[in-house]
Design a protein around this ligand. Structure first.
Ligand code: ASP
Ligand code: MG
Length: 447
């Protein structure tokens, strides 16, 4: 079998007809076999807003949003082609969307299942437009627009569906016929459950979709095209001396995605790692610029590769004297996290207390907090930022902590996490010190 390439273009690469044509050219140059696309830039947000207004009974607002969605997509289409069939398809989809929104408006409520159906329109419309861009760019290729929902099977957790890896693999094998003439175009983000109802993988989930397809077809390469040329050593908006990273290991990149680097959806790498598929992250605006390769074996292994920052962190401290010399408390605490599907990021423990960082948004979940309070006294602190130094051999590098603390000077460190992995060293600091701490650490370790 020849080399199989799966690529994904995000919302900014689908922004307008020019962005679509640019992306189509890349897909052709890269000999992409399967290309998945996101909704056009900002459309998923608009669809969420549409649902909100429909539930709140504001039909005027709904009409305005529907109008902008319609205008925007027809604008792209008319700039691309006179193909009336594509025009019909777009019109029909947007009419369906309007009917659904009408239903939600009349009911004054919207289930998660209905929400997924509504937000799926973003990817479904953009993929029709992108297929037209492909036909113009690659006239000698056979462009096969397919519905990702027929392949990407999931459970029924609407809004954050879990993929069924085996079924996806089976469907991929049955459906795709790779040859140099075929280009398959599908939608990121969306799938379907056992009952053929539409599901989504969660916000930003198109990267994850692409990785699942890559795993399903055992691709040789997964390409993620976005609006920046790969991953940088830190957020360039915080630190102007951030440098591009040309190569990074799966382990380091996973830590980075988890601890705040916005460039990849955190679960993207999991399917790629299972099949050992190298992932390339590049800019569709400057495709000739060197991007980042993420793979299992990399040549350079710097002590510190990058500094990530995750804002809006809360620290939960659960304390009970009953924990003294006893067992089972950690189990009980983690059970609550499991029940509410809340991921545990950093943890430290003492004899009678456990401190855990969570996203501040988690605190809105009163039932979750209430259950923790049944285990012990819970103290909540907000306004923190988690800073992660990401690199290699951190557990065997003497003097590392000294360099870290010397460089950040007077900044108060509220919590420290080190020891579970050789790839990261985490510090929890006050939000107001976050950016300055990143800059100081970057200067010390990366330059
Ligand atoms: N369109 C979806 C979102 O904005 C999925 C994605 O772009 O990855 O969340
Ligand atoms: Mg995205």
């Amino acid at each position: 079998m020849s080399r199989v390439v799966v690529s994904k273009f995000g919302g900014s690469s689908m922004k307008d007809h020019e962005a679509m044509l640019r992306s189509a050219k890349i897909s052709l140059e890269q000999k992409s076999d399967i290309t998945l696309v996101s909704a056009t830039y900002g459309t998923t947000d608009k669809l969420h807003l549409l649902i909100e207004n429909a539930v709140n009974g504001d039909w005027n607002a709904c009409e305005k949003i529907l109008f902008t969605i319609r205008e925007h997509h027809f604008d792209i289409l008319n700039n691309l082609t006179k193909n009336t069939l594509a025009g019909e398809q777009v019109r029909e989809l947007i009419n369906n969307l309007e009917t659904l929104i009408r239903g939600i408006f009349l009911l004054g409520e919207c289930s998660n299942k209905a929400k997924d159906r509504v937000v799926s329109f973003g990817e479904r419309v953009s993929s029709i437009l992108f297929a037209e861009a492909m036909k113009i760019t690659c006239p000698d290729r056979s462009i096969q627009l397919f519905d990702s929902r027929t392949i990407l099977k999931t459970d029924s957790t609407y809004g954050k569906a879990k993929p069924n890896i085996e079924l996806i693999r089976k469907n991929c094998l049955a459906f795709f016929k790779f040859d140099a003439r075929n280009s398959y175009i599908g939608q990121g983000y969306i799938g379907s459950d056992n009952e053929e109802s539409t599901t989504t993988l969660g916000r930003g989930g198109s990267d994850y979709s692409a990785a699942l397809f890559a795993e399903g077809v055992r691709a040789h390469v997964l390409e993620i095209w976005t609006d920046v040329a790969g991953i940088a050593t830190t957020d360039p908006r915080i630190c102007s001396s951030a440098k591009p990273i040309h190569e990074i290991s799966y382990d380091e990149a996973s830590e980075m995605a988890q601890y705040g680097a916005k460039i990849l959806h955190p679960t993207t790498l999991v399917p790629a790692m299972r099949e050992n598929i190298p992932v390339y992250v590049g800019s569709s605006y400057a495709s000739k610029e060197k991007g980042t390769w993420i793979k299992s074996k990399v040549e350079s292994k710097p002590k510190i590769r990058a500094i990530a920052k995750r804002s809006n962190q809360a620290l939960l401290t659960i304390r009970t004297p009953k924990m003294f010399n006893a067992y089972g408390f950690m189990g009980k605490i983690f059970e609550v996290f499991t029940k509410y599907e809340i991921s545990v990021d950093c943890v430290t423990t003492s004899e009678i207390s456990v401190a855990i960082t969570v996203d501040e948004a988690t605190l809105k979940n009163e039932h979750f907090l209430h259950e923790l309070q049944n285990i012990g006294e819970v103290v909540t602190e907000i306004g923190h930022t988690l800073i992660s130094l990401i690199g290699n051999q951190m557990l065997e590098t003497s003097g590392l902590a000294k360099r870290i603390f010397d460089s950040i000077g007077e900044v108060n460190v509220r919590m420290l996490c080190l020891g579970a992995s050789p790839y990261n060293f985490n510090l929890l600091v006050n939000e107001k010190d976050g950016d300055a701490t990143v800059i100081k650490l970057h200067k010390e370790f990366i330059g």
